[in-house]
Design a protein around this ligand. Structure first.
Ligand SMILES: [Zn+2]
Ligand SMILES: [Zn+2]
Length: 152
């Protein structure tokens, strides 16, 4: 992810994973483990995320796909994102929780929805993207950099 202005790892010295991340869907049918630190974490107010977030935006934690181990079945909804990228939205077919998304433009990355982590406190957004799509009543952290649309 060179060239990403907000791509610093979330506070881990030397990029060495301290312990793995774990999470899953609401009903427990899907579980995952990730043996790597996040590459970045960002809040997103793109129009698509407002559907997944039920009115809010989403918080997305980007991991190297190679470090992600999933148990259980995920359904795949393919769509074209506001950015123009072909996205695969992976969700639990039983409870509907949006768990991951993946972009065909960046096949080496898996994006986990922060709410699916067993401990969402382990991550923190470093920027808010797609603020141009947010409704006027959106609560957007004033302390974070804002990017109006898709970052380069
Ligand atoms: Zn589920
Ligand atoms: Zn989004």
């Amino acid at each position: 992810m060179s060239g990403e202005p907000y791509g610093a790892p979330d506070g881990v010295p030397n990029g060495v994973p301290s312990r793995e991340y774990a999470g899953g869907c609401m009903c427990g049918a899907v579980r995952y483990r990730i043996g790597a630190e996040p590459i970045m974490t960002r809040a997103c107010w793109c129009r698509d995320c407002q559907y997944f977030g039920a009115g809010s935006g989403t918080v997305n934690v980007v991991f190297p796909k190679a470090a992600v181990i999933v148990t259980g079945e995920l359904s795949d909804f393919r769509s074209i994102a506001n950015s123009g990228n072909v996205m695969h939205r992976r969700f639990c077919p039983r409870c509907g929780t949006p768990v991951f998304s993946e972009s065909e433009a960046r096949p080496h990355l898996t994006i986990a929805r922060a709410g699916t982590l067993d401990d969402p406190n382990r991550v923190r957004p470093s920027a808010t993207i797609w603020t141009s799509s947010a409704p006027g009543w959106a609560c957007i952290d004033a302390a974070l950099p804002r990017i109006e649309a898709q970052p380069p």
